[in-house]
Design a protein around this ligand. Structure first.
Ligand code: HEC
Ligand code: HEC
Ligand code: HEC
Ligand code: HEC
Ligand code: HEC
Length: 306
C-alpha cells in the first residue's frame, strides 16, 4: 500500500504542533487582557437607548443642572434616572410632535416608565454610594467624564476595582470645593486661576459643609464676597455655581441629612481665606478639612465589600 504521507508531512506536523502551542499561549494572554478590555467592561460604548437623549444638548446647550434630573445624587447611594414627568415638564410644550420623542409620550400616556439601558452597573457585591463622594468633594466629571459633551451617554472609566483604588489611594489629587461638584470644566487651581478657602461655622463639627471656597480674590473688595459678608447674620449660601453666578439667598437648616447645598455658611467674618494655586495644596487642605479617611482605611476590603 502506498504511503499516505510523504516525508515532508512529518516536518509539517511538527511545525503545526508548535503553531498550536503558540496559539494556545496567545489565547491565554488575550483572554486575560480581554477581561480588562473596554469590550468586556463596556467602557466607551454607546447603548442603544429607546430615546436618543443628549446630555450635551440638555446640559451644555440648555444649561439644565444635573440635579434637575438626578435629584438624589447628593442625598442617596443612587443618583437615579429621572421619571418621564421630568421630561414632560418641557416636552409637553417643546417638540411635541417629534418622532424621536414618541417613546416619551407613550410612557407618559401609559404610565409605564421608559426602559433606559443602564450604562454604569457595578456587580451586586460592590457597595457604592454617591452621596458620600459628592459631599466629600469628588466631582461628577472625575468619575463620569465630560457628560456635558456627550451626545449619547457612555462610560468614561472602567469602574473596575483598580480604578476605584487608584483614587482611594490618593484622594488629594481629586478633591475639589463642594461648590464645584457640578462644574464639568473644573481643572483645579493654578497660579493664574487661584482658589481661596476659609472655614465657616467654627463651633460645629467640621465637615465638608464648613468650608467655603471662592474663585475670586476675597481681599479685593469683590462684590461676591462683600455681599456674602453682609449676609452673615442671615446666613448665606456662598457657592459659586459653574459660571451661572452665585446664589446668595438665605436657606433654612433641615437638621440631619442635610447636604452642602442646604447648609448655611454661617458667620464667616472675619474671613480668613487661604489662597491656593495648586491642586496638591488645595487637595491637602480639603483632605484635612473634609476629614477624609487615610488611604490605608479607604483601601480596606470592608469599605466596598460589605
Ligand atoms: C434633562 C435631564 C437630565 C439632565 C439635566 C442630566 N441628566 Fe444624566 N441622564 C438623564 C437620563 C434620561 C439618563 C438615562 C439615559 C442615558 O443614559 O442617556 C441619564 C443618564 C446619566 C448617566 C448614566 C446612567 C447609567 O445608566 O449609568 C450619568 C452618569 C449621568 N446621567 C450624569 C449626568 C450628569 C453628570 C449631569 C450634569 C452634568 C446630568 N446627568 C444631567 C437625564 C439627565
Ligand atoms: C428644561 C426643558 C427640558 C427638559 C426637562 C427636557 N428637555 Fe429634551 N429638549 C428640550 C429642548 C429645548 C430641546 C431642543 C429642541 C430644539 O432642538 O430646538 C430638547 C430636545 C430633545 C430631544 C431631541 C434630540 C436633541 O437632543 O436635540 C430629545 C430626544 C429629548 N429632548 C429628550 C428628552 C428627555 C428624554 C427628557 C427627560 C429625561 C428631556 N428631553 C427633558 C428641553 C427639555
Ligand atoms: C466616585 C465616583 C463617582 C462620582 C463622583 C459620581 N458618580 Fe455617578 N456613578 C458612579 C458609579 C460607580 C456608578 C454605578 C453605580 C452602580 O452600578 O451601582 C454611577 C452611576 C450613576 C448614575 C446611574 C444611576 C445610579 O445611581 O446608579 C447616574 C445618573 C450618575 N451616576 C450620576 C452622577 C452625577 C450627576 C454625579 C455628580 C453629582 C455623579 N454621578 C458622581 C460613580 C460616580
Ligand atoms: C476620584 C476619587 C474616587 C473614586 C474614583 C472612587 N472613590 Fe470612593 N471615595 C472617595 C472619597 C474621597 C471618599 C470619602 C472618604 C472619607 O470620607 O473618608 C470615598 C468613600 C467611599 C466609600 C465609603 C462610603 C461610606 O459610607 O463609608 C465607599 C464604599 C466607596 N468610596 C466606594 C467606591 C467604589 C466602589 C468606587 C469605584 C466604583 C469608588 N469608591 C471610586 C474617592 C473616590
Ligand atoms: C474602593 C472599593 C474597593 C475596595 C476597597 C476593594 N474592592 Fe474589590 N472590587 C471593587 C470593585 C468595584 C469590583 C468589581 C470589579 C469589576 O466589575 O470587574 C471588585 C471586585 C473584587 C473581586 C472580584 C474579582 C475581580 O477582581 O473582578 C474580588 C475577589 C475583590 N474585589 C476582592 C477585594 C479584596 C480582597 C479587597 C481588600 C484587599 C478589596 N476587594 C477591596 C471595589 C473594591
Amino acid at each position: 500500500m502506498a504511503q499516505v504521507f510523504d516525508r515532508s508531512s512529518n516536518a509539517l506536523a511538527r511545525a503545526g504542533l508548535v503553531l498550536i502551542g503558540l496559539i494556545v499561549v496567545a489565547l491565554g494572554v488575550a483572554l486575560n487582557s480581554l477581561q480588562r478590555s473596554p469590550w468586556v467592561t463596556r467602557q466607551g460604548q454607546r447603548a442603544d437607548q429607546p430615546v436618543p437623549f443628549s446630555h450635551r444638548h440638555h446640559v451644555q446647550g440648555l444649561g439644565i443642572q444635573c440635579q434637575y434630573c438626578h435629584t438624589q445624587v447628593e442625598k442617596a447611594a443612587y443618583s437615579g434616572i429621572p421619571p418621564t414627568k421630568t421630561c414632560m415638564n418641557c416636552h409637553s410644550q417643546i417638540w411635541t410632535n417629534a418622532a424621536m420623542l414618541e417613546p416619551v409620550r407613550q410612557s407618559w400616556a401609559t404610565g409605564q416608565s421608559i426602559k433606559w439601558i443602564r450604562v454604569h452597573d457595578l456587580p451586586d457585591y460592590v457597595y457604592f454610594n454617591h452621596a458620600i463622594h459628592v459631599n466629600k468633594g469628588i466631582g461628577c466629571a472625575s468619575c463620569h467624564g465630560r457628560v456635558d459633551e456627550m451626545p449619547i451617554m457612555y462610560m468614561e472609566n472602567s469602574l473596575q476595582m483598580e480604578w476605584c483604588l487608584n483614587c482611594h489611594r490618593n484622594p488629594v489629587k481629586n478633591l475639589r470645593p463642594t461648590s464645584e461638584i457640578y462644574n464639568m470644566a473644573w481643572s483645579g487651581p493654578s497660579a493664574s486661576k487661584p482658589v481661596w478657602c476659609a472655614e465657616t461655622g467654627a463651633n460645629t463639627t467640621a465637615t465638608a459643609q464648613q468650608v467655603n471656597c471662592v474663585t475670586r480674590d476675597p481681599g479685593a473688595q469683590d462684590p461676591e464676597i462683600a455681599q456674602l459678608n453682609s449676609l452673615t447674620t442671615l446666613g448665606g449660601n456662598g457657592r459659586s455655581n459653574g459660571g451661572s453666578g452665585t446664589h446668595l439667598q438665605p436657606v433654612p437648616l433641615h437638621g440631619s441629612g442635610e447636604t452642602y447645598s442646604d447648609v448655611q455658611t454661617g458667620a464667616i467674618l472675619p474671613a480668613r481665606y487661604t489662597k491656593f494655586t495648586s491642586q496638591q495644596a488645595l487637595g491637602t487642605y480639603l483632605d484635612d478639612k473634609y476629614r477624609i479617611r487615610t488611604p490605608h482605611e479607604l483601601q480596606s476590603c470592608e469599605v466596598c465589600h460589605r
